[in-house]
Design a protein around this ligand. Structure first.
Ligand code: M6R
Length: 612
């Protein structure tokens, strides 16, 4: 959460900083600020509460601030309410040290007490101000270099941080330090950039460095130097980012979410093609050999939010096809549960950003226990991608909307590919089934495209639900996994209370919440469970519910029960999530739109949850 940017070069820094922040606003949007070193060498700080547009107005789109070196921040509040005073950048009292920060300083109270004893005063409620003043303290105490001062502070700070710091005495330079929060450093001709995420700098450069944990970067004009905790220089290779700049623009769509919904056929197809060679699945780029696959005794899938929902679907698919026992768990629980893991097991961590704090911690927990780990990750070079033993990259491209759509769809594809290949290698399916499943997988992009084409009908229905108080999603088996995602999509962007229920569980309590007119959405893509779920829908109807059915073409008898029906094309039962989730994404989008809400940046949320 929170987005940070930095620029040093020949151009007007503030304009570039604001542009970069606009690409990071999905990470936090309760206040924003920039610090720019003007042409006389003075550091000027401007901050504003509210969306980035308020800061843009205050600085005339950055034009009001001269200077070619600066840092910026868009905030998702952790310590201290959203306010101008708590907005970043924060600074030492004499403005000799100024910084922006993404992360959480866990021992901030202890550090604050120490600094108060040393005579420091504090103007904000943030943990960041403490980090800045701690750096200032060591800088002035030892009269060393900025690298020395930051190193001293890093040793004392517990928690996570991506820090960008400017020192008044070092014009044209920005210092970056990182522990467990994302940050990339970009280099162009005579200029350097720093950002929490690639889209912020994609317009200017594709050459980036990944700064490691507990490392410092010194950005000068066109050059980055890296240091370790001892202050020794560290050599690093730059990486070229493959994403193109347009991928991070709205391209004529009103919202990123709608653009990303439309990008799903391509994202799914790209991800699938990345592991298909001559009609067979090839996991050699993922780094899994046939020997590795045969040795897996059980699988633990660990993730958060929508990525966890992918795990729930994958559990059904992998167990059914590959016959490997799978346990799927929320990363926030896994990390503290002291899980008993089978040494021959495989831990799969699913994450779009590759930076989710709980998922990263779960990965580390598994590695510490010596279990093989596999990351299914979208962001190249992210922490989970770098730390996992093996990586399956999803090719969704940059996902900007807070509500995930295309990344979720590509994560499903990665799981299907693993399930099918594991099943084949372990002799659980024959050649005919193997080819059949792959052929069916290849039809998914077109089928997804067809569902999206039919979006007006869903828009019409969604617009009538804008006043709903509660919505219940019910389904059995894989359909239950679909309901989990449908319900999360709905609540996160429409603010309507919604719950996903395994249809068979309703009678154990939840059915008492059904009132006259409550919308209940039944998902019925699994033929063998169809009638059971219909019965559960009828039970809801008898208690006044208004019913929507989501099923495959051919199941027309649902019209006898449901008030509104959405059909999706038939596919192999294992892949039905990929199709049935699309109308639910569209429905959440249109309900949010009908309510006049900010679809891409729902309240209280951030795209990448880098704090616990
Ligand atoms: O980056 P990650 O995939 O690790 O993020 C996990 C969740 O925070 C994420 O899926 C979240 O639930 C989505 N915003 C929901 O749309």
């Amino acid at each position: 959460m929170c987005g940070i940017v930095g620029y040093t070069g020949e151009r007007q820094a503030a304009v570039i900083l604001l542009e970069g922040l606009s690409k990071l606003e999905y990470r936090g949007y309760d206040s924003a600020g920039v610090a720019v070193r003007d042409n006389d060498g003075k550091i000027e700080v401007v901050k504003a509460k509210g969306r980035l547009s308020v800061l843009e107005e205050k600085t005339n789109g950055g034009q009001a601030l001269s200077g070619t070196c600066g840092i910026g921040h868009t905030r998702w509040a952790t310590h201290g309410e959203p306010s101008e005073g708590n907005a970043h950048p924060h600074h030492s009292d004499d403005l000799s040290v100024v910084a922006v920060h993404n992360g959480i300083i866990e021992n901030y109270q202890e550090l604050k007490d120490k600094l108060i004893r040393k005579g420091y005063q504090f103007y904000s409620e943030t943990d960041t101000e403490i980090a800045v003043k701690l750096i200032d303290y060591y800088y002035k105490k030892y009269l060393g270099t900025p690298v020395d001062a930051i190193n001293h502070a890093m040793v004392r700070i517990r928690g996570s941080y991506a820090l960008a710091v400017m020192f008044e005495e070092y014009p044209g330079e920005i210092y970056a330090a990182r522990k467990d929060s994302p940050m990339i450093l970009g280099v162009g001709e005579g200029e350097c950039y720093l950002a929490s995420d690639v889209p912020a700098i994609l317009k200017y450069t594709r050459n980036v460095y990944y700064i490691g944990n507990m490392e410092i970067g010194r950005l000068g004009k066109g050059q980055v130097t890296f240091y370790n905790l001892d202050g020794d220089q560290v050599e690093k290779e730059a990486t070229e980012i493959q994403w193109d700049a347009e991928a991070a623009e709205k391209a004529g769509y009103e919202h990123f979410m709608m653009k990303e919904i439309h990008e799903q056929p391509k994202a799914v197809s790209d991800t699938l093609r990345s592991v298909l060679r001559d009609g067979r699945i090839d996991l050699s780029d993922v780094g899994l050999t046939e020997e590795d696959i045969k040795e897996i005794s059980r699988i633990y899938i660990v993730a958060c939010g929508s990525a966890y929902h992918v795990g729930v679907a994958a559990q059904y698919v992998i167990e059914d096809l590959a016959k490997i026992p799978v346990r799927v768990e929320l990363a926030s629980e896994f990390r503290y549960r002291r899980p008993l893991l089978d040494p021959s097991g495989l831990v799969i961590v699913i994450s779009q950003s590759g930076e989710t704090a709980d998922s990263l911690a779960a990965l580390r927990e598994a590695k510490e226990k010596g279990i093989k780990t596999l990351g299914i990750v979208n962001v190249v070079g992210s922490s989970i991608a770098r730390e996992a033993d093996n990586v399956f990259y999803t090719l969704a491209g940059p996902e900007i909307a807070v509500a995930t759509t295309k990344a979720y769809s590509t994560q499903l594809i990665a799981c299907y590919a693993l399930a099918i290949q594991f099943a084949k290698v372990r002799g659980e399916i024959d050649d005919e089934d193997y080819t059949g499943l792959i052929t069916e997988l290849e039809t998914l992009p077109d089928k997804i495209g067809k569902i999206i084409e039919d979006k007006e009908r869903i828009q019409w229905f969604a617009s009538k639900q804008a006043a709903a108080k509660d919505i219940f999603f019910i389904g059995r088996g894989i359909d239950y996994a679909i309901t989990l995602e449908g319900s999360l999509k709905m609540k996160e962007i429409s603010y309507i209370h919604s719950e996903a229920y395994a249809a068979g569980e309703l009678k154990h309590g939840t059915i008492s919440l059904i009132e006259d007119g409550t919308l209940v959405i039944g998902v019925l893509t699994q033929q063998d469970l169809y009638e059971k779920t219909v019965s559960n829908m009828v039970e809801c109807k008898s208690r006044g519910a208004y019913l929507m059915g989501l099923t495959t073409y051919g199941n027309y008898s649902i019209e006898d029960t449901a008030d509104f029906v959405v059909y999706v094309p038939k596919t192999d039962v294992h892949f039905s999530v990929s199709l049935a989730v699309i109308p639910l994404q569209l429905m959440a989008y249109y309900v949010s739109l009908a309510k006049g809400l900010d679809v891409d940046k729902p309240r209280n949320l951030a795209k990448s949850v880098t704090v616990e």
